[in-house]
Design a protein around this ligand. Structure first.
Ligand code: 3PG
Length: 394
């Protein structure tokens, strides 16, 4: 694929698909990471003399919904551009009004199209709609890695209708780091997977298991594995219908001689809330009236040692209920070990673990923190992402 630097942008309408699907509280952006990460591409397009048209979805609206207007994003973007560029938010993402606004764009201004998903045709990848989007583009740049797993009009459908296409800097960085993990990780290679469900991570486990030297498991997912091994897990969250799957994974790991490392102790509580008590267990067993809510101190030390000795570490999914402070130490210790205590290339596979790393102030110390949730999971599953594939076609 080509990259933005390979193109000539002077005087051209540069349509940049970004992922500004950011969390909002009312009309305030609560995490602007995705906007900040798109700035290098936006700035470069402006420097190269392009007329910049930004397009994104926000949330999952069913038709136009003022609560999901990109207005707060436009405000945040203008602020992040240092007040040097006016951000003009359009009323709609297609139509004559947009064409006119783009035509009248003055030097230094950028256009942000209103939420693409106000049209159901975006997600339906409707061809007529895709052509209307393409009508505003001389050049198409995709920097929306977070949406690359969706085959929508703005990520896939419109691409063949624009002559020149390329990936932006964020997209390039994501492909480089996540690609390195999949294709040529320096060894020892350690993967850490957490989160609540084995079923969400099964394809990632299958994709990584033959590649890694060790796979460390945390989060509620660990209790399904422990139960499959016959360990007492009390009232921990377990996927009862995934026990034989867990057993098969454990067997596959043995066959491949991959270390599959499970918690040897836990922080347990009575319920998954702030109101719960928090206690350490002596070993991997959990009493009948309690549930596991985080990895314990012995497990933290073991995981930290794996991270220290690795040359490549990829992490996806929290180690416990990190939203509650007394169950956050496992997640914090993995983040800290990756940030401070290793020479390894460290890649955070998006979603909750990226949010945790950001919240805990370790983001700058990682080699790469993915801006994708679903997209980085699908990438690590080894799947081809439609948003990346579209850029490969001429
Ligand atoms: C995300 O946040 O994962 C992307 O922006 C995609 O959003 P979606 O899951 O609503 O398609």
């Amino acid at each position: 694929i080509r990259y933005i630097d390979d193109l000539q942008l002077t005087g051209k309408r540069v349509f940049i698909r970004v992922d500004f699907n950011v969390p909002l509280e009312g009309r305030r952006v609560t995490d602007d990471t995705r906007i900040r990460e798109a700035l290098p591409t936006i700035r470069r397009a402006l420097e190269m003399g392009g007329k910049v048209i930004l397009a994104s979805h926000l949330g999952r609206p069913k038709g136009p919904d003022p609560k999901l207007s990109l207005e707060p994003v436009a405000v945040k973007l203008a602020e992040l551009l240092g007040g040097k560029h006016e951000v003009i938010l359009t009323d709609d993402c297609i139509g004559d009004g947009v064409k006119k606004q783009v035509k009248e764009l003055k030097e230094g201004q950028v256009v942000l199209l209103e939420n693409l998903r106000f049209h159901k045709e975006e997600e339906a990848n409707d061809e007529a709609f895709a052509r209307e989007l393409a009508a505003n583009a001389d050049v198409y740049i995709n920097d929306a890695f977070g949406t690359a797993h969706r085959a929508h009009a703005s990520t896939a459908g419109m691409v063949p209708f624009v002559k020149e296409k390329a990936a932006g800097f964020l997209m390039r960085k994501e492909i480089e780091y996540l690609g390195k993990v999949l294709k040529n990780p320096e060894k020892p290679f350690v993967a850490i997977l957490g989160g609540s469900k084995v079923s969400d991570k099964i394809k990632v486990i299958e994709s990584l298991l033959p590649k890694v030297d060790a796979l460390l498991i945390g989060g509620a997912m660990a209790y399904t594995f422990l139960k499959a091994q016959g360990v007492e897990v009390g009232k921990s969250r377990v996927e009862g219908d995934k026990l034989s799957l867990a057993t098969r994974i454990l067997e596959a790991a043995q066959r491949l001689k991959t270390q599959l490392v499970l918690p040897v102790d836990h922080i347990i509580g009575t319920e998954p809330t702030e109101a719960s008590v928090a206690k350490e267990t002596a070993d991997n067993a959990i009493p009948p009236d309690m549930m596991g809510l985080d990895i314990g101190p012995k497990t933290r030390a073991i995981y930290a040692q794996h991270i220290r000795d690795a040359r490549t570490v990829v992490w996806n999914g929290p180690m416990g209920l990190f939203e509650v402070a007394k169950f956050a130490e496992g997640t914090r210790s993995v983040a800290a070990a990756m940030a401070i205590n290793t020479q390894a290339t460290t890649v955070i596979g998006g979603g909750d673990s990226a949010a945790a790393v950001e919240q805990m102030g370790f983001a700058d110390k990682m080699s790469h923190v993915s801006t994708g949730g679903g997209a980085s999971l699908e990438f690590l599953e080894g799947r081809e992402l439609p948003g990346i594939k579209a850029l490969e076609t001429r």
